[in-house]
Write a protein that binds this ligand. Structure first.
Ligand code: C5P
Length: 232
């Protein structure tokens, strides 16, 4: 898998995201479009950004019955995104149906990764509200293995977990890791953070970087700094 930096384009509308992307006149970054922008601007924003030459990670975290997920994934596949995701909690029938839906007639499909447990879920909430008695690391690794066994390509995880995910799911199982900060930048609301250089060392395949680039005084310079540190 090619290592790359993905910019989390957490903007609320079309004008904001396009004004941001206009700054990138050279190398076109791989971008992540999440629910906020997708629900605000619709599938056209995906087509428009794709037409500008960007690769797209469509972060919609699908979780529904297998048939619904299969049909929805077929729609996303036609948008020609490069990567998309779902909740591993939907279980293997849903994950396998998602792959069927995503696969194009020529056999190609976007990279499909799983969310294991959201980082906003505490072990206490897992135990008391979801009735999951196992520890967070055990649960996360079990979900990652289920995703691998269902044919998915990887998981979203903390860069701190990239090595253990590779050790148990294989070196080709993709790790997409948010929570990235430069050594000298604001941490914000992220708790467990890592620099692009350290994420590279630990073996992340893709880093997802939001505010250190989007809120930078010079976003292009910040992006190129990430690429320099992570890809080399
Ligand atoms: O601005 P920042 O670099 O913190 O943005 C990180 C991006 O990665 C956001 O879009 C956030 O929603 C996403 N993300 C995350 N942690 C996860 C999963 C996704 O920060 N566990």
């Amino acid at each position: 898998m090619g290592k790359d930096v993905i910019i989390a384009c957490d903007f609320s509308g079309r004008d904001e995201v396009l004004a941001f992307l206009d700054k990138f006149t050279g190398r076109k970054p791989f971008v992540k479009i999440g629910m906020e922008l997708f629900y605000a601007a619709g599938p056209d924003i995906v087509r428009e950004i794709k037409a500008r030459g960007h690769k797209i990670f469509l972060d919609l975290k699908l979780h529904d019955i297998p048939n619904t997920v299969k049909k929805s994934m077929a729609v996303l596949s036609k948008l020609d995104v490069d990567m998309t995701n779902l909740h591993a909690a939907g279980a293997s029938a849903m994950m396998k149906a998602a792959i069927e839906g995503l696969t194009r007639p020529d056999g190609t499909r976007p990279i499909l990764i799983a969310v294991t447990q959201l980082t906003s879920t505490s072990e206490e909430a897992m135990r008391e509200e979801l009735l999951i008695e196992k520890s967070m690391p055990e649960t996360v690794m079990h979900y990652a293995k289920n995703a691998a066994a269902s044919g998915l390509d990887g998981v979203v995880c903390s860069p701190l977990e990239a090595k253990v995910v590779h050790d148990s799911c294989g070196k080709d199982f993709v790790t997409v890791t948010p929570g990235i900060r430069f050594a000298d930048s604001e941490v914000g609301d992220q708790v467990r953070v890592m620099t692009p250089a350290k994420a590279k060392e630990i073996g992340s395949d893709y880093i997802v970087v939001g505010r250190p680039v989007t809120a930078a005084e010079d976003p292009v310079a910040a992006y190129l700094r990430c690429v320099e540190e992570f890809v080399g």
